[in-house]
Design a protein around this ligand. Structure first.
Ligand code: NAD
Length: 330
């Protein structure tokens, strides 16, 4: 198949070409896919997209007009696709459901350790010949209570790591996952999770029901000085509410790999430009906030798996054998 790859970086090209083995014809485009760039898909059978491409009604309509039959997402989340419109237009949407849960779970853990033990601040301090420990005081993870929202593949991988540290893990999910129980986590209702957790880590998808899940009301129910970690999707958090909670000490630590308005910021080198997002700029002023630019997925193993599953999804679509696990709109 002829596939137009959007939001393409050199690493996407490297890993897709390695896994492709001449099966499909890829054209790589750096811009995000949206209604302004959809024309680039002309002459292709499929588009291959990532987290910040916008597959709304306007974009999908154009893709349909250009004969696109498949959207092959090279990510797990699909909140950026209007599935109803895709369905109506007969465009199949495929995704990579489980490329490496370890990559994201381990990154959540890196944020926790970094925030708690201030390794990022120590890196700079030691380079300035400053070995003072002022502001470096951390806490033992051992014995602390970690609340996990969403016990799918990443949530379970994260539970196992936290149990390895000797944490008590409580979790919440509309569905009980026996693997979470086997890993030693205990299911509780949402309010108990907010009330008892020293660390809250979000591992659920962005859905209408989870948008701004962390807001003034839910923050009020949490422990003073709680550590909040979000490696899932930015809009799970109402950022302005969390900024207020950082200001009054309710949130003691904030670790983010995702941000609601990240589409205009992340994955690019903007160092020659002014930062125009005042909310993001305010977040950067807190020394107890650690932000990474949507890199939790970014390991060699994950990129290999993403490329392999994406190519297999395209092949299965062509053969009419895409299964329910990989097809989003069945
Ligand atoms: P998954 O589908 O295996 O698990 C998601 C879990 O969330 C499911 O068990 C589901 O029942 C649960 N859930 C749904 N609604 C919920 C709610 N209201 N409250 C609590 N739980 C709820 O997905 P996964 O592979 O574990 O991925 C989780 C999320 O991580 C993805 O949706 C994606 O947004 C994010 N992600 C981020 C990166 C990154 O690089 N930062 C990479 C991959 C995935």
């Amino acid at each position: 198949m002829k596939v137009a790859v959007f939001s393409s970086k050199s690493y996407d090209e490297t890993y897709l070409n390695q896994a492709n083995n001449g099966q499909h014809q890829f054209t790589y485009f750096e811009p995000h896919l949206d209604a302004h760039t959809a024309a680039l898909s002309q002459g292709h059978d499929a588009v291959c997209c990532f987290v910040n491409d916008t597959l709304d009604e306007a974009t999908l309509g154009q893709l349909h007009d250009h004969g696109i039959r498949l959207v092959a997402l090279r990510c797990a989340g699909f909140n950026n696709v209007d599935l109803g419109v895709a369905q109506k237009l007969g465009i199949t949407v495929a995704r990579v459901p489980d490329y490496s849960p370890y990559a994201v779970a381990e990154h959540a853990c890196a944020l926790i350790l970094g925030l708690n033990r201030n390794t990022h601040r120590a890196f700079n301090r030691v380079r300035e010949n400053d070995y003072s420990l002022h502001g470096m005081l951390g806490f033992d993870l051992h014995g602390k209570t970690v609340g996990v929202v969403g016990t799918g593949k990443i949530g379970v991988a994260f539970i196992r790591i936290m149990r390895g540290f000797g944490c008590r893990v409580i979790c919440h999910d509309p569905y009980t996952n026996p693997q979470a129980l086997d890993a030693g986590a205990e299911y509780v209702d949402q309010d108990t999770l907010w009330a008892e957790s020293d660390i809250v880590s979000l591992h659920c998808p962005l859905l209408p029901a989870t948008r701004h899940l962390i807001n003034n009301e839910t923050l009020k129910k949490m422990k003073d000085g709680v550590m909040l970690i979000n490696t899932s999707r930015g809009a799970l958090i109402e950022t302005v509410d969390v900024i207020n909670a950082l200001k009054n000490g309710k949130v003691g630590y904030l670790g983010l790999d995702v941000y609601e308005e990240e589409a205009d910021l992340f994955f690019e080198d903007n160092s020659d430009e002014l930062l125009k997002d005042d909310t993001f700029a305010r977040l950067l002023t807190f020394r107890n906030v650690l932000i990474t630019g949507h890199q939790a997925f970014f390991t060699r193993e994950a990129l290999e798996a993403i490329a392999q599953v994406t190519i297999s999804n395209i092949g299965h679509f062509e053969a009419g054998s895409l299964d329910r696990m990989h097809q989003v709109n069945v």
